[in-house]
Ligand binder design. Structure first.
Ligand code: MTE
Ligand code: MO
Length: 221
């Protein structure tokens, strides 16, 4: 493994960030095709059987006992849930495909966790809330519209294929938003903030698309 590709103690993988920013500038991987979700593999994607790990190289250790998830911003009922409170919420299963903007797609993933609808019922976003900002324990951020977040297939997942999520894949808890590129699915999720204005996140301010629909090839923008 190239030295520069290794996680650096206390620092993000700067080379990976620079490479991905350069891809955005160059429009790398764009095929110019458009497809609908009925075509299972989005344009420019390559199917993998393994489950790659993608992050900035900081994989925070968040024991369940130290875990807190905060829902705040424009909500009637701001809440911070500890692990017991989170896992006491109704548990659901989702089955879907995931698509990373670096070109890999993985079919048939089974997740367990809490549906976004359950969290929205709890926090109760105000009518002014139109956007959502996510923060991970590694400092990563991303953004969605509230409409994209509220879709029924989305989950806050603690398990994949019947096992607790590993630390590498975002355990103890990560967001799963399967209809958008996987950078929109925050690992080690810590805070979900409801906003009136859009707040672009880590990759969105580095040349990546604000929405990231794989079937429209919304890689960069
Ligand atoms: N907190 C956090 N979440 C993150 C990232 C990250 O660096 N930090 N990387 C994103 C990217 S680019 C991808 S493709 C997926 C990768 O998830 P995986 O490692 O489980 O494959 O996580 C997304 N969520
Ligand atoms: Mo990614």
């Amino acid at each position: 493994m190239d030295q520069d590709d290794k996680p650096e103690a206390g620092g993000i993988r700067q080379k990976l960030v620079e490479t991905k920013q350069a891809w955005a500038r160059a429009g790398r991987l764009l095929t110019g095709q458009r497809a609908t979700p009925e075509q299972r593999l989005p344009p420019g994607q390559r199917l993998v059987k393994d489950y790659p790990v993608l992050d900035l190289g900081i994989q925070p250790n968040v024991p369940e006992g130290a875990f807190r998830l905060t829902l705040d911003g424009l909500v009637e009922n701001p809440v911070t849930l500890d692990w017991a409170a989170f896992t006491a919420l109704p548990q659901e299963e989702r089955f879907n495909d995931i698509h990373c903007v670096t070109q890999w797609s993985r079919y048939d993933n089974t997740w367990h966790g809490v549906a976004v609808a359950t969290l929205l019922d709890l926090a109760k976003p105000k009518p002014e809330a139109k956007f959502v900002s996510f923060e991970g324990y590694d400092g990563y951020t991303t953004n969605l519209t509230l409409d994209d977040f509220a879709l029924p297939e989305n989950l806050l997942a603690h398990s994949w294929e019947g096992e607790r999520l590993t630390r590498q894949h975002g355990g103890p808890l990560r967001v799963i938003v399967p209809h958008l590129y996987f950078w929109k699915s925050t690992k080690w999720v810590k805070r979900i903030t409801f906003l009136a204005q859009n707040k672009p996140g880590f990759w969105e301010v580095r040349g990546y698309h604000d929405r990231g629909d794989p079937w429209l090839e919304e890689r960069y923008g």
